[in-house]
Write a new protein. Sequence first.
Length: 317
Amino acid sequence: MQLCNFYKILLTGYQKDSSYTLAGTMGSFFKSTMTVFKKILTGYLLLIFFGVIIGLLGTYYVYGLNQITQSILVRDLPSKQLVTQLMDTFLSQIRYERQYRVLKDAEFVRFFDELGQRFEKMLNEIEGMAEDRSQKQNVALVRDLHHQYSYLFHQRADGTPKDLSDRGQQDDQEKVLFNEITRTLQEMAGQSEQLLKGKMEKSNMLARSAMGQTLLILGFLVVLGIGAAIFLTRRITRPIKELRKAATAFSCGAFDYPLTVSSTDEIGILTSAFIRMVGRLKEADRLKENFISNITHELKTPLTSLTEAARLILEKV
């Protein structure tokens, strides 16, 4: 009984301000022809879409990191190791060259040549791994200097020159070549170290960037998901709540309770059908009241006549 009185009072307030509707301003603003199924499906598709974006972004960063890692493993580390081996091989050649000077044993010449072939092979491998122009130039310079050094050694092994002054000059040339080859190999080692260090720093920066952007997008997705869930939930539950309030009011006889259709989905169709049903019930209630009023009037007239007749008869008696 108290609830019915509340809805009657509420109905009076609504009738004073016909511009207000329970659907609310936002509900009327976001009117949609989408069904409930499509609304829910759209929300899930948006989440899947942004999830795919995160996956693609992660794949891009993983691919970049993989490329850097492969470059380090396939080029930089082997190149650095080969430069170190080049230095060791060249120093071994120097050792055999000096031993030959003392012992004059042809075996040392053979060892020198074998190491020279290994040296040339490693130079070719480094040249194939070189990524910039300066590395290739250093490889070409070392190859040329090594060929000159080998030529001077073989001249000495063949017994030329025989003049002591010429040999002294040859020794000076060998020292210059030795210093140049050593300096260039050290420069190549430094270049390999710098390239390796640069790629490691790039890998770290890429990893930090990937983590930061992934967390940012993930946070955005969380906020978007919560917002979409709240919006879709309110868009679905608000008309149901209004329909429940209207049904309670109608059950109390408040047929003029304001109920509007805020969407054209399944809930909107149900609300429209409910409004039509209430209109018919209201019309039926009006016809019932008219019928009772007419019956009452028709019955009241003869009853009044009989009452007057009875009173007159009593007065004559």
